[in-house]
Design a protein around this ligand. Structure first.
Ligand code: FEO
Length: 413
């Protein structure tokens, strides 16, 4: 992709990764981008780099605009490999006295990736400014959104927030802006990718995100563009990005039950139809995810979008089914909140999976409807009736549980 001027003399110089399908274990069916930016002002400033695999693309993009020897400042908003990976090589082609700007944690972390002993690294904190000519950069620390080193850079005169991972999406497109994107896809797709990114990466940090967005609002910054380090730049509607993040940080969700399951001989799977009939008869929206047929990150996103979740697992050797255990480990790390949980499953001669699931739900401090429901070998006619009743009752409980969230303000997601 060619460089793109996103604001006067501010250029996107990043790389589009059309092929990546596994982003450190996160499935990315739509690829991703590594966005970084070059500000050609009196003092030329590079904001972030690209993943090291795309070093040549990133360097040639910069060279298509200026001689890298003109770079005076490099801002590192985030030290994860996909944004700082190319820094070592970049430092070989810029003047030796270039100044790098990073948070205190950013500087310390940088020294774990590179020999920084000869680099000039300036530690910055929230409120610090750097005047580079007609533009002024204002630094805003954002620790744990999503690493300890993270920060954002606001270009005051351009009303541009360079937000690093926050507000990003994993999607590779020729469009760079939300208004262009709408021509080739849909706003729903962009929003779904934003939810996907938040659910899989930022879910644990909702409180910090709320605090940070409110802090930015209090700072009175005018923002007419949000340029993250992945995916689409929010130009048509940056307010929507804030609105979505505030809703997600408040754990808002759709009034829906997502059924996430796996099965051995289809017995656990057969329980789903009567469960769903019961929920549908109560008017509850349902979605079904078979775990072995679905990427983990998609299952996490669908979990996050729904107010409630039923997890189905057969018992295998007195244990939960392995794919379900993997999902639970993944989910536990994301520290989900405010989702009503239940479990179901089949067993042969001794149960175990449903009990195991309830222990894990409670360990995550998630509210539960218990006991769950189990069948031996294959669901009988009576089992099917019990599943139907369980589904009806679960839907009623979800509706009751979701009421307080609706009263606090409907989700815009
Ligand atoms: Fe896109 Fe936290 O790196």
């Amino acid at each position: 992709m060619n460089v793109i001027e996103i604001k006067p003399d501010i250029f996107w110089v990043g790389a589009v990764d059309w092929a990546v399908r596994d982003f450190h274990g996160y499935v990315t069916p739509g690829g991703t981008t590594y966005n970084n930016y070059l500000i050609i002002d009196e003092e030329v400033t590079l904001i972030d780099t690209v993943k090291h695999d795309f070093l040549e693309v990133g360097v040639s993009n910069v060279k298509s605009l200026i001689d890298p020897a003109r770079i005076k400042h490099i801002v590192i908003n985030h030290i994860e490999n996909d944004h700082m990976g190319a820094l070592g090589r970049i430092m070989e082609i810029v003047p030796f006295d270039v100044t790098i700007y990073a948070t205190k944690n950013g500087k310390a972390g940088m020294a774990r990736f590179f020999d920084t002993s000869k680099w000039h690294i300036q530690v910055v904190k929230t409120g610090d400014e750097l005047k580079i000519g007609k533009y002024t950069l204002l630094f805003i620390e954002s620790p744990m959104i999503h690493w300890p080193d993270s920060m954002m850079t606001y270009v005051k005169e351009a009303k541009l927030l360079l937000s690093q991972d926050a507000f990003g999406q994993h999607m590779a497109t020729t469009a760079r802006f939300d208004d262009e994107f709408i021509d080739c896809a849909s706003i729903t797709e962009l929003e779904d990718a934003t939810i996907d990114y938040y659910a899989n990466i930022l879910m644990p940090f909702g409180k910090l995100i709320q605090t940070k967005i409110n802090e930015i609002k209090k700072m009175g910054l005018e923002i007419d563009m949000i340029a993250p380090d992945h995916g689409i730049i929010w130009r048509r509607n940056p307010v929507r990005a804030f609105e979505m993040y505030l809703d997600m940080a408040a754990n808002k969700a759709r009034e829906r039950v997502v059924i996430i399951y796996d099965t051995m001989w289809h017995s656990t799977e057969q329980m789903i139809l009567p469960l769903m009939r019961g929920m549908r008869d109560e008017g509850m929206d349902c979605k079904v995810i078979k775990l072995r047929a679905t990427p983990m990150s998609v299952a996490i996103k669908e979990f996050w979008k729904a107010r409630a979740c039923l997890i189905g697992s057969p018992t295998l050797n007195n244990e939960v089914f392995p794919s379900i255990a993997e999902f639970i480990v993944h989910l536990r790390g994301l520290r989900p909140k405010d989702r009503l949980m239940g479990a179901f499953g089949s067993y042969g001669w001794g149960g175990g999976a449903v009990k195991w699931l309830y222990e894990k739900f409670k360990g995550m401090k998630l509210p539960v409807i218990e006991p769950g429901i189990q069948v031996q070998y294959m669901p009988s006619v009576e089992d099917n009736e019990n599943c139907y009743e369980f589904g009806r009752n679960f839907a009623k409980e979800v509706r009751k549980y979701n009421k307080s969230f609706l009263e606090a303000g409907a989700s815009s997601l």
